[in-house]
Write a protein that binds this ligand. Sequence first.
Ligand code: SDX
Length: 433
Amino acid sequence: MSGSKVNGNVQLDENGQVTELPMIEGSVGPKVIDIRKLYAQTGHFTYDPGFTSTASCDSAITYIDGDEGVLMHRGYKIEELASQSDFMEVCYLLLKGELPNAQQKEDFTTSITYHTMLHEQLTKFFSGFRRDAHPMAIMVGVVGALSAFYHDSTDINDPRQRMIASHRLIAKMPTIAAMAYKYSVGQPFIYPRNDLSYAENFLHMTFSVPAEEYKMSPVISRAMDRIFTLHADHEQNASTSTVRLAGSSGANPFACIAAGIACLWGPAHGGANEAVLEMLDEIGSVDNVQEYINKAKDKNDPFRLMGFGHRVYKNYDPRAKVMQETCYEVLEELNMQDEPMLKLAMELERIALEDPYFVEKKLFPNVDFYSGIILKALGFPTSMFTVLFALARTVGWVAQWNEMMEDPARKIGRPRQLYTGPAERPFVPLDKR
Ligand code: SDX
């Protein structure tokens, strides 16, 4: 594993039987105990449902320090990328490991731009869905079907085909996402335009109609681009781990990304941005905030404060701060500063961050808390919020998939278990049951 080295070991002493396990350290962050030989040497598995203490791989793409609230992509802090870079540069950085120079950026952006159209026959997939189908169901179906159209980029062992499939996925997600929206509102699909930036193109395909072009605002398109950057990658989260596990079997990249979309849909993960808006709608007024805070604290009540808490961040999610600033910018541009939803969200955040329960459990707002308010202000229905998360996260999934596929030591992922079922017992014939 490049970028890591053995640094000492730990000893496992079971009734005098000592097993030495090497410690491995990376460039920054916690060291790991290498347990790859544990079962062979001791006959024991480790046990870690939810993988709270497990490193599933080594990766050089994203680093998170949850205690300090730090998120870096290839060593660059998310705050700097969000304010000084743009989504095309971040895509290049995640895929290639370095920020592009001007020529590299132009070539990469041109490649993405010239892959934004879909095979025309794919448009027929949409008419098979009910108009009220959840757009995430459409995304899973259509993205999974891409492998039926792009056979020339499914040889996972060919680096060139992996790169083509990667560019196709990054380029076509906005087109598919916009089509899912158009289908749900009964409007005709709008084709991409090569004279627009990635974010502008998505806004155009979503909100233009044949009778009238969408009026592009630089503030809005910049905010859209920044929202994509904030969602681009996030280490080994549930959906990225799903993509890696699917890819470890040799499945084609389109199928792997469809698996990632399916996992992201869950309200505990990417579905939280949609759930935040539904929660704020349910709370309805600042007067009801305390009642819902109490529900969130009640062990017997399954209600959780959506947009709060995180498996890794036990400090403010650095993306949430940038998202909050973007929220103010967008609402000011749209003259919606007095948006009741924003005021309710700010009051909810203030009360929660003063409450000992949230302070002791280190439950801070995460990336999903403010994103829904921005997306609602931009005109997206709540059902499209997680679609936009999937659109932006595709580059992270693809970068992590490529990193795994380039690893010569790649193995199929196959966890074991702690078996708690019945021990062997004799079969009981039907007439004896
Ligand atoms: C994303 O992994 C990633 O990187 C994900 C993501 C990415 O970019 O890919 O960052 C995107 O998914 C952000 C998270 C979006 N989800 C939500 O906002 C949903 C609400 N949050 C929770 O469901 C929860 O916080 C999780 C799922 C995000 C994290 O759950 P964990 O790490 O498994 O923590 P936990 O459930 O064990 O909670 C620890 C304690 C529990 O209380 P105790 O059992 O210790 O008494 O905190 C409580 C929980 O009950 N708790 C909450 C809470 N989140 C945790 N209580 C009330 N409201 C909450 N939101």
